[in-house]
Ligand binder design. Structure first.
Ligand code: RP5
Length: 163
């Protein structure tokens, strides 16, 4: 079995609807990855263990999604130098603005790269992880160029309803 290069973690199985978009991108690019639920406040010891082992396990980035008082990405980043890409999951009461502020407002010294709320953020976090890996993987970089070219072609082919 190939060792995962990218970890996708989330605070609850209820985050899967959002975080599956990150996993789909990694599958599309054929990136070895793993997906796990690690709740910062319900499984703090597991969070610490995951972060402490991430570097030795060969993880190159961790995509971490959580909602509400979303401390999972920040606490992972506090315990590892592996880049953490944070995805704010839309919450029921504040629609993810709480998650976004919790993740993006890291104090100086421990960065979390923060993406958009919801599915777009999850997909973009995974695409960013692919770009990180592509820095020293020429075939992967070619696939990333092809992915962008497909999007360009699709946008150019867009039509609007007649007047
Ligand atoms: C956070 O609380 C999770 O990331 C999730 O977004 C939110 C709600 O979790 P559940 O109550 O659905 O398990 O920890």
């Amino acid at each position: 079995m190939t060792s995962p290069l990218i970890g996708v973690v989330m605070g609850s199985s209820s985050d899967w609807d959002t975080m599956q978009h990150a996993v789909h991108i990694l599958q599309q690019f054929g990136i070895a990855h793993e997906a796990r639920v690690i709740s910062a406040h319900r499984m703090p010891d597991d969070l610490f263990a995951y972060a402490e082992q991430a570097e030795a396990r060969g993880l190159r980035a961790i995509v971490a999604g959580a909602g509400g008082a979303a401390h999972l990405p920040g606490m992972l980043a506090a315990k590892t130098v592996v880049p953490v890409l944070g995805v704010p999951v839309a919450s029921r009461h504040l629609q993810g603005v709480d998650s976004l502020h919790s993740i993006v407002q890291m104090p100086k010294g421990v960065p979390v790269a923060t993406f958009a709320i919801g599915a777009a953020g999850a997909a973009n976090a995974a695409l960013f992880a692919v770009a990180l890996l592509a820095a020293d993987d020429a075939p992967l970089r070619e696939r990333l160029h092809a992915f962008r070219a497909e999007q360009t072609a699709a946008a150019r082919a867009m039509t609007l309803p007649p007047k």
